[in-house]
Ligand binder design. Structure first.
Ligand code: KIV
Length: 265
């Protein structure tokens, strides 16, 4: 089975076909995501929160991202795997950004994602020139949580909305193949989507984007420490897991498990 390519990914916008993206961090869930027919996986630095249990994504390292990208990429048969660039892997210099992006490709990602607008345009340009496909990320950018003071909707004021639109255009001109719009008003996401040739992928950005992305554990109802308004849980796996583990413990304690069916005669 061949992997979805960047041109095929981009063609979906021209064809008016919505793009569904989800995060994954390991081989087992990569297989489940693919069996469900999803073709784009982001190995997000959200793993800092949902896998590592941290309160934000800032402590995620390149080594963490390489480890999880390898697991996802080696399990993926069809999906286009995008590796997220963690905090400090691209901010310091263009050289470090290109090198770290290249390391994610060596780990099996086909593209990388980084956060920011004008401040990263030179990084996006350099990576694109060297054949590294880059996805931008604008609006609420979790790696800037200390500056923004929390996970808040961005672009509600006209000045900020105009800046986000200009940054989206600048990322496109620099060679980005797509851009994530996180927590921006639907009207702004609609305008950006119409003005860009490249696909917009929304998260908390309304239904006019060319595609949507969500964190896998949010989709499955596994992570309920913090559930933003834009999340729709399509399952309640945390409740199922709690019930299963409670029953397992009860059955071990009362001698019901293992029964003859789970024993060798
Ligand atoms: O890290 C991540 O999972 C992300 C998406 C939610 C866009 O950046």
């Amino acid at each position: 089975m061949s992997h979805l390519t960047i041109p095929e990914f981009q063609r979906q916008k021209k064809e008016g076909k919505k793009i569904t993206v989800v995060t994954a961090y390991d081989a087992l869930f990569t297989q489940i995501v693919e069996q469900a027919g999803l073709e784009v996986i982001l190995v997000g630095d959200s793993l800092g929160m949902v896998v590592q249990g941290k309160s934000n994504t800032l402590s995620v390292t390149m080594d963490d991202m390489l480890y999880h990208t390898r697991m996802v990429a080696s399990a993926a048969q069809r999906a286009l795997v995008i590796g997220d660039m963690p905090f400090l892997s691209y901010q310091v210099s263009v050289e470090e950004a290109v090198k770290n992006a290249g390391r994610l490709l060596q780990a099996g990602a086909v593209a990388v994602k980084l956060e920011g607008g004008h401040s990263v345009v030179d990084r996006v340009e350099a990576m694109s020139n060297f054949g590294i496909p880059v996805m931008g990320h604008l609006g609420m950018t979790p790696q800037s949580v200390n500056q923004s003071g929390g996970y808040k909707v961005r672009g509600k004021e006209q000045i900020e909305a105009d800046k986000i639109l200009q940054e989206a255009k600048a990322l496109e001109s620099a060679g980005a193949f797509a851009v994530v719009l996180e927590c921006v008003p639907s009207s702004l996401a609609k305008k950006i989507t119409h003005e860009l040739v490249i696909p917009t992928i929304g998260i908390g950005a309304g239904q006019e984007c060319d595609g949507q992305v969500l964190v896998l554990y949010d989709v499955l109802g596994l992570f309920d420490d913090f559930v933003p308004k834009f999340v729709k849980p399509y399952a309640h796996l945390k409740a199922d897991a709690l019930q299963a583990l409670t029953r397992y413990k009860e059955e071990v304690e009362c001698g019901k498990f293992p029964s003859d069916a789970e024993s060798y005669q």
